[in-house]
Design a protein around this ligand. Structure first.
Ligand SMILES: *[C@@H]1O[C@H](CO)[C@@H](O)[C@H](O)[C@H]1NC(C)=O
Length: 398
């Protein structure tokens, strides 16, 4: 009792001492209000933000770009390094994106951070992407060459970053896109868009080594988290997804020369009313790469259509190479301690490639029930090698 109290007080002390030092070890504060920002929700403050950023970035030791509480209108903006020290983007206010229309132009982002080492973004503020104005322009479901709508928050070539206590609302496209980064930490993020909004993925990550996401809530119309080629060392915990399409590794194997995906631990997370729970998805195309060392552990499912799914027959527009079963080799994937309810009868789907069967797949302690009239939950396997142990509900097909 006493020792746990002591430990608690000590942790509290650690927490406050680290947050304080994170602020005080960066001395210079660049308040956007000093650069002409107006908190009226109408005046564009993108120039004020980029001027404050550039000054902070060129200061020895870096700086804090501060957006105080209030409502602001912001046009697309790119904030770039390299900088002369640690950069903090302290977002206390609420930013609103422009409405989308035919005149949008080519910007694939709303707010973009590039080439920054040692970066923090926090402050309890929000980014409202004004998605409803853009969603009617999304033709990607019927046109593979569709114009891509802008992502709300992009990180490209950013290393050693922590983004926390930020809310993202109604992005036009993905809420966050992380590309070619290293050691990115995201926590206490809240991402919200309607369940029927198109391509509003929570966070998409590719070509990145070292990603941690914890204590976050993601409700969208598409994937909660999705991982593209070249993603390594990923640690996800205490994330709540739903509505949306769940956590997805892939789609992979769409293009030649994609890099391997490996080293995932997804744990202690919850899926509520999602289309998928935990998923690995590859195109039925002849592009080779490897997906391995993936663990999903301690996951609760509530009314999820496909709680556990590997799908190597992905071919949405139907023009995959007819001989080409997927050439993505999936191995060493563990599904451990996964429980709750499935909204479809086939609660476990492991559809692997005929020419590259999945290897070392483990199902351990699975307890998924289905309440429909057509009988209890079942599992379906194609081309799977592996083992199952512990409780198996539905009965394992491995
Ligand atoms: C497998 O992935 C986990 C999670 O990222 C990592 O901690 C572990 O070191 C990896 N194992 C191997 C053998 O690479």
């Amino acid at each position: 009792m006493i020792s746990s109290l002591v430990r608690y007080v000590f942790l509290l002390f650690l927490f406050f001492s680290t947050t304080k030092s994170q602020i005080t070890d960066v001395k210079n504060v660049f308040n956007v209000m000093s650069y002409g920002a107006v908190a009226d929700g109408k005046t564009d403050i993108s120039k004020a933000i980029s001027n404050a950023w550039n000054q902070a970035c060129q200061s020895i030791g870096g700086g804090v770009v501060l957006i105080p509480k209030g409502s602001y209108f912001v046009n697309p903006v790119e904030l770039k390094g390299p900088c002369k020290g640690k950069m903090v983007f302290s977002l206390r206010g609420d930013l609103k994106a422009p409405i989308y229309d035919q005149s949008w132009g080519d910007a694939d982002h709303w707010i973009s951070f590039q080439y920054i080492d040692n970066f923090m973004m926090n402050g309890g503020g929000s980014l409202d992407g004004q998605g409803p104005s853009a969603w009617p322009y999304n033709t990607c479901a019927r046109d593979p060459n569709c114009k891509k709508l802008p992502v709300s928050l992009r990180l490209d070539f950013v290393t050693n970053a922590r983004i926390s206590y930020i809310r993202l609302i109604n992005s036009k496209n993905f809420h966050m896109n992380i590309f070619s980064c290293r050691d990115i930490n995201l926590d206490h993020m809240q991402i919200t868009a309607p369940g029927n909004s198109p391509n509003t993925d929570g966070i998409h990550i590719a070509e990145t080594t070292g990603l941690r996401v914890w204590d976050s809530v993601i409700s969208t119309g598409d994937d909660c988290l999705s991982f593209g080629p070249g993603t390594k060392n990923v640690d996800i915990s205490r994330v709540r997804c739903g509505p949306g399409h769940g956590i997805s590794i892939g789609s992979l194997g769409k293009n030649p020369n994609e890099k391997d995906v490996e080293g995932f631990l997804v744990k202690d997370s919850t899926f509520i009313g999602t289309q998928n729970g935990v998923r690995i998805k590859t195109w039925a195309l002849p592009n080779a790469l490897n997906v391995y060392n993936i663990t999903f552990q301690g996951i609760s499912m509530h009314n999820v259509e496909n709680p556990i799914i590997i799908d190597q027959e992905y071919c949405p527009s139907g023009n995959c190479n007819p001989q080409g079963s997927s050439q993505v080799q999936i191995s060493n994937v563990k599904f451990m301690n996964i429980w709750g309810t499935s909204s479809s009868k086939v609660a476990v789907v492991l559809k692997c490639s005929e020419s590259k069967p999945c290897r070392e797949i483990e199902l351990q302690d699975i307890d998924l029930s289905y309440q429909g009239k057509d009988g209890p939950a079942v599992s379906q396997c194609n081309n799977v090698k592996g083992v199952s142990y512990g409780q198996e509900q539905p009965p394992s097909c491995i």
